[in-house]
Each structure stands twice: as C-alpha cells, then as structure tokens.
Design a protein around this ligand. Sequence first.
Ligand code: ADP
Ligand code: MG
Length: 406
Amino acid sequence: MKYLVQKFGGTSLANSELREMVAQKIIRAKNEGYSPVVVVSAIGRQGDPYATDTLLEFVEKISPDIPPRELDTLMSCGEIISGVAMVATLRAKGYNAVFLTGSQAGIITDDCFTDAHIQEINPALIHKYAHQDAIVIVAGFQGVTKDGDVTTLGRGGSDTTAAALGVALNAEAIDIYTDVDGIMTADPRIVDDAKTLNVVTYNEIVQLAHEGAKVIHPRAVEIAMQKNIPLRVKCTFSDAPGTLVTAQSENGPIEIQKDKVITGIAHIPNVTQLKIITANYPEIEDAHLKIFKAMALAGISVDFINVYPEAVIFTVKDQVSAKAIEILQNMGFAVEAVPGCAKVSAVGAGMAGVPGVMARIVEALAEEKIKILQTADSHSTIWCLVKQADMERAIRALHKKFKLNE
Ligand code: ADP
Ligand code: MG
C-alpha cells in the first residue's frame, strides 16, 4: 500500500465550503494512487459550537473539578464529530470512507491523561479498511491506554497523531494542511512579509517548533525524523507547494539556506522571569539543585535557565508564576520576578561558526530601543528575553536585520 497521511487542522474543517476543499485534497491523493489516511482535528476554535474549548466550558460550568480521565474522554469528542463529518462529506461524493477513533486506529499511549505519549501503534483496522479501498479518517489528538482508557495527546496532538501514523504505516509522506502556505520565516500574523520556507531540515523545525512556532508540534517532527518520512506543511486553501521538512543533506545545509544564517524567528509569549541570588544564602546547601528539584516536584516546567555561581535565573509561564514564587519563598528565598515577558528566538543551522550573529541581534534590538532581559545561545539558536510589549517589534526587527523577507 502506498500510504499518504494527510492531517487537517481545525480551521480547515470549520464549515462545508472548507470541508469541500479538504475533500478535494483527499480525492486528489486517491486519484494519484495513494491510500489516504486522513487525520482530523476538532472543528473550529474557541467559541465555535463543537470546538474542544466549548465542550469543556459546558461541563466546567457544572463543576470545575472534572478528573483528567473524564476530561480526556470529553476532549476526544471534537475529533469524532469532525471525523464523521468528513466521512459524510466524502460519501456524499460517492467515495468509500470510514472513520476510526484513536483507539480503533490502534494508537496506544501511556496513562498521562491530557498529555499522553504514544507508545505503540497497532494499525490493523487501518490496513483492513485501506485494503477494502476505503479512505480512512482517523481522529487526531487521541489514543487509548493498554487498559482501554481514552487519552489525549496535549497541545498539537493531531500533528503527533499524523506523524506517528506516518511512521507506523511507512507512509510516502506526512502532509500537514493548515491555514497558511507553509512554515514561514516568522508568524505571518506578526510579520506581514514573512516568507514561506521551501525546504528545511527536521532539526531546524524541531528548534523553531520548540521555540513557539505553532504551525507544527515539535514532537511530530521528532517522530517523522526517526524514520526519515518526509513531512510537508501545506495550505488547505491553495495549491502552493508548501514546505518540505527533510533530513540534512550530506553536504551540509540544504542549498536554499546556504547564504542564510537564520532560518526563522519564533516566539513564546507570557512568561515570567525569576531570579534568585543564591549567594545570599550560604547556609542553604546545594541551593541551585534544590530550586530546580522543587519546581520539578510541583510540575512547573522551567525554561531559559542561566546558572551562575552566585545566582540562578529562569522563566516559567505567567499562569504558574505565583505558585512558583510561593514555593521558592517557602523555601526561604527572596525572588525577583519580572512578569509579562516573551522569549524571542532566532533559529538557523547556518549560524554555526559564523561570527557576529549575536552582535547583529543585539544591534537590531538596540536600534528599536528594546531592552534584552536575558540571552543565551547554542550552535543553532539564539534566545532573547524581552518585555511582552516589545515582542512584536523585536520579531520584526530581527526578521528585517537578517533579511528574511528577501
Ligand atoms: P491548525 O489548526 O491547522 O493546526 P495552527 O493554528 O495550529 O493551525 O497553526 C497555524 C498557525 O501557526 C498559523 O495560522 C500561524 O499564525 C501560526 N504560525 C506561527 N509561527 C508560524 C510560522 N513560523 N510559520 C507559519 N505559521 C506560523
Ligand atoms: Mg496546530
């Protein structure tokens, strides 16, 4: 079987005109000789009647205390509705299509409700229906534990479903359809003249996605990368070629990036910077270690960590900053907190060994009078923490400085 996994995000499925365009993409793949396995997200965004957020709001009005296990079963409904809607759309056109839940598609996860990880895939039913020449529609974002409990995969979960199925089915490619032309040099909602990237490496996109480019989930890229399945990000509403994400070519960076040190700019808004001067507490042994252990124990994920002999600085999401500060204060530390920050990252495999990249970043932000609160770099990413109010200007300034619009 020549499988092609096609994933459609919620914005691509919201109404019948859009579903018509989705159907055309599926039918085209079928006519080209592929067995399409289609992964769907829930319909629409916050406020739409069948969006996952709407379902949650409905039940949380009754009681906010819904156990994660039940939450997951509820949150898996949105994809079932959109999946069956797609079956109906295709059948109305005379095509044989079947729908499978995550469980029916054999997506086995751990029992970490609301953020489960896929452990294995038993795609027997997918093979069965594909051999009967049916178009198989699979609910994204959901799986099932070995014991039979329904789970969901967390943010970007449908991307992960698509990638995992692509690997399990040894698909020709995994096509992620969305509402923009592909992976762009920055979020097009912030940078008007952001450009679509033609070909990029898995590694760069993993970085961009980890640093906030929400067009694709990093876990999905990591999964596709394991088996080298080509990943393409395309637009549901156009025939633009989109972005091909693939392995690093043997001769270094892929040609298209040769003259570019930066591939793209990503951002994570709404974080709080926390600083603790550990040197003030000589009586506390292993203060650094204790701080990070306490955060881990409370399930607070920390990011942008700078450790110095006399201090530690890191960021947490704004929503959990009060909890983090309370824990640290209870441990006896005074905490300097700067809420309302944003992490802006410049990512590019081409920057390795190129001198002066950081200098250009500092210059670009200084020209805009943007204060850098914290910075760090690796061989392929430079991170800057700025105030949230400066975030969009910082992204545009960096985009321009590195000529990403050209
Ligand atoms: P879907 O519902 O299809 O999964 P998402 O909203 O998750 O769609 O992802 C698409 C959105 O990602 C785009 O509308 C765009 O605003 C945003 N985005 C952020 N960074 C980028 C980027 N570098 N390239 C393209 N889109 C981006
Ligand atoms: Mg998405």
